[in-house]
Design a protein around this ligand. Structure first.
Ligand code: ADE
Length: 259
């Protein structure tokens, strides 16, 4: 039982969607009290009898916009009960593109703050909420979702993996793709031979140095082939730099996106 569980709040008109967070790694983190997640529905703070939280956009145009008051009151309610200062994240396609380095920074922020994910629906939220209350705005990709809920779940899942104790083996998070800016090497498990497809011999050799070299080369090769743009900011050891130079000189890998 953790004495200092990390606190996450979610503001959404569809709180039931977040039931998905009760499963897998996140579910275990919640059970172990490493993390608490509270959902807040702004419909509880509507001033009108129909409990509307949205209205037509000024200036015309399609769709509806979420109003300031229910969101402001929800944020104030969260702040009142919070044990730590609140850091508010709004999910939208206009936000900065989410990257692993942002998640690392937010993971550190969870030590001293609670994070509140604000999920928009419809055509978005009144800009005055963003100006007045939002600390950071993130997009999870250049496509439009029907609301911020799935984006919030993506961020919370990726964040939870970085909380100490959440992953059984802390090396898992360190070896993740993007941790050092490279894609991951391929993985294999039993059987050694499946319908004629053999596991690479080096992985069966018991030679740990040879395995580490092979994995490093495969990670580089994949990154060169699939995401050469990542190599511009990857943190490479001297050994990896040599391997990369050799791979590129061999010429069997595309070089687009490289400086
Ligand atoms: N809401 C709608 N689309 C989104 C996206 N791509 N990222 C984050 N939030 C969103």
């Amino acid at each position: 039982m953790s004495l200092n569980p990390k606190q996450i709040n979610i503001i959404s008109v569809l709180p039931k969607m977040f039931a998905a967070l009760n499963y897998g790694v996140l579910g275990r983190a919640l059970e172990a009290n490493l993390l608490t997640i509270s959902c807040w529905d702004p419909r509880g703070h509507t001033a009108n009898k129909h409990r509307n939280i949205d209205d037509k956009p000024y200036g015309g145009g399609p769709g509806m916009v979420m109003m300031v008051e229910p969101l402001r009151k929800t944020l104030q309610q969260i702040q009142k009960q919070a044990k730590k200062p609140n850091w508010v994240i709004y999910l939208s396609p206009q936000g900065q593109p989410l990257h692993q380095r942002h998640l690392a920074a937010l993971g550190a922020k969870l030590e001293t703050h609670c994070l509140t994910f604000l999920c928009g629906r419809y055509e978005g939220i009144d800009e005055r909420v963003i100006e007045g209350f939002v600390d950071e705005e993130y997009s999870i990709g250049d496509y439009v979702l029907s609301g911020g809920e799935f984006a919030a779940m993506v961020m919370i899942d990726a964040l939870a993996r970085l909380i100490p104790g959440v992953l059984g083996d802390p090396l898992s998070a360190e070896q993740d793709s993007f941790c050092r800016g490279l894609l991951e090497y391929p993985q294999y498990t039993r059987p050694e031979n499946d319908q004629g497809l053999q596991v690479p011999q080096v992985l069966l050799s018991g030679d740990h140095q040879a395995i580490a070299r092979w994995r490093s080369e495969m990670a580089l090769k994949r990154t060169v082939e699939r995401r050469p743009d990542l190599l511009n900011s990857a943190v490479l050891t001297e050994e990896e730099k040599k391997t990369l130079a050799r791979l590129l000189a061999a010429g069997d890998t595309p070089q687009s996106g490289l400086d």
